[in-house]
Write a protein that binds this ligand. Structure first.
Ligand code: OAD
Length: 256
């Protein structure tokens, strides 16, 4: 059982406003590879940057579509892990909780919906800064859908016939404005900001904990290893998020 500093437990227990930013590390224990893990199998010849970009889609739409189809299949096979559920429990306990994620796997929402079934549950915003792999968007007219006709090739938009693409943010693309604005507002207004399972390299998400810190928030980082945020964080909880977060929630809310 991890011992947490009393001050951290007290600050979290008393906090009215908490924000959490997550990255691929929080889904690693569900069996999903992180971005910085090497690609395997037939995809090992590619770097994510070579597939997750508008240029890659223009160059070879079928290759990009197939890579996302493989990842979507993987996401369908996995479940949220104890780290996702611990954050959902925190969302239930803290009066104003905002979950900000860079992940496109939808596992935070899955965890929230599972917990919601079991008890009356406080709803909290889940801001998907980089979109969601379960949705598609027309590359011509922008229509968004969560169901489409598969035909063995890159599916087409029912409205305009344009090619469908995953509704995720690619390298070089801007983030959805409303989600980003809400994330910045949550970072600036919170008393505690948690950064969990992210290498803290990709902007603008990586700037959020610093924005929180500048406004006086207590910053807590959960990661296997140090990141560019670590020296600025008030607490660095080194370990697997699927182990550290449930223990932290139990320490702060023993009745959880
Ligand atoms: P990364 O793969 O860059 O970083 C994963 C982080 O999680 C690393 O710091 C690991 O040390 C940590 N980690 C791995 N397993 C962990 C575990 N079990 N518990 C806790 N930490 C763990 O993934 P992200 O930081 O999410 O953007 O990458 C951010 C963005 O870079 C992605 O959203 C993507 C990529 O470019 C876009 O696609 C636009």
């Amino acid at each position: 059982m991890t011992e947490f500093p009393d001050i951290l437990i007290r600050v979290l227990r008393q906090a009215e406003r908490v924000a959490a930013l997550t990255g691929a590390g929080v889904s690693q224990e569900s069996g999903l590879r992180t971005f910085r893990d090497a690609q395997t199998g037939l995809w090992q010849q590619y770097k994510p940057e070579d597939l997750a970009s508008p240029e890659a889609f223009t160059r070879d739409p079928k290759l990009v579509w197939d890579w996302y189809a493989m990842r979507r299949e993987k996401v369908r096979e996995v479940q949220p892990n104890a780290g996702h559920y611990a954050l959902a429990e925190m969302g239930h306990r803290v009066p104003h909780f905002t979950l900000i994620t860079q992940n496109v796997d939808g596992l935070h929402r899955k965890a929230e919906q599972t917990l919601k079934v079991s008890k009356t549950f406080r709803v909290y915003p889940i801001l998907e800064l980089h979109g969601n792999i379960q949705r598609v968007r027309c590359s011509e007219c922008g229509m968004v859908a969560d169901a489409w006709e598969e035909n063995g090739d890159v599916p087409r938009c029912a409205g305009c016939g344009g090619m469908l693409r995953p509704d995720v943010v690619w390298f070089g693309e801007s983030l959805p404005r409303s989600e980003l604005e809400a994330a910045v507002e949550a970072a600036r207004g919170c008393q505690v900001f948690l950064s969990v399972g992210t290498s803290g390299i990709v902007q603008p998400a990586a700037a959020l904990p610093f924005a929180a810190k500048n406004k006086g928030a207590v910053v807590v980082e959960v990661n296997l290893e140090p990141t560019p945020l670590t020296e600025k964080a008030d607490f660095f909880l080194q370990g697997k998020s699927g182990e550290v977060l449930p223990e932290l929630v139990r320490a702060v809310w023993p009745q959880a």
